[in-house]
Write a new protein. Structure first.
Length: 149
C-alpha cells in the first residue's frame, strides 16, 4: 500500500480483516488480565495519534497495529467482565462478530429502500421491545400501520 494505491481485492481484504480479528481476540483475552482503567502512561501515549495527514493511503495493517498499540491500552476494559462502572454492556463474541458484519455491510439505514435489511431488523427489535414491555397486540398493529405509511 505504500505505493499510494487503494486495493480492495479478496486477498487484501481477507488479510487485513484476519489481522484485525487477531488483534481483537488478543485484546479481549488481555482485558481479563489488566486493570480496568487505563494507566496514566497509556493515556499519555495517545499523543502518538497526533501526526500529519498522510498524503497517500497507508498500509491497513499499519493503521490497525497503530490503533491497537496506542488505543487498546488506553481503553476502559469494559469487555473484561470486571467493569462495574456505567451500564454500557460488554462485548461478547457473537455481538462483536455481528458488529463486524454490520460494519462490512456499511449500510445507511435512513430509509427502507437504502437498506432493507437494516429496516427489517429494526422492525424485529421494535417488536421485541413491545413484547418485553407487554404493550399488547394493539400497539404492534398501530406501530406497523404508522411505519408502513
Amino acid at each position: 500500500m505504500s505505493n499510494g494505491t487503494f486495493q480492495n481485492d479478496r486477498a487484501t481484504a481477507a488479510d487485513t480483516l484476519a489481522f484485525a480479528a487477531g488483534r481483537a481476540v488478543d485484546y479481549v483475552v488481555k482485558c481479563t488480565q489488566r486493570r480496568v482503567s487505563p494507566s496514566p502512561e497509556a493515556v499519555a501515549a495517545l499523543r502518538g495519534f497526533r501526526e500529519a495527514l498522510p498524503e497517500n493511503p497507508s498500509d491497513p495493517r499499519h493503521v490497525i497495529a497503530m490503533l491497537d498499540e496506542l488505543g487498546s491500552p488506553a481503553t476502559a476494559a469494559s469487555t473484561g467482565g470486571r467493569y462495574f462502572g456505567f451500564v454500557i454492556g460488554g462485548s461478547l463474541p457473537a455481538v462483536t462478530g455481528a458488529s463486524w458484519l454490520a460494519s462490512a455491510w456499511d449500510q445507511n439505514a435512513a430509509l427502507r429502500v437504502m437498506s432493507p435489511v437494516a429496516a427489517e431488523l429494526e422492525d424485529v427489535v421494535l417488536d421485541w421491545d413491545c413484547q418485553r414491555a407487554a404493550m399488547g397486540d394493539w400497539l404492534h398493529a398501530r406501530r406497523r400501520r404508522i411505519l408502513r405509511r
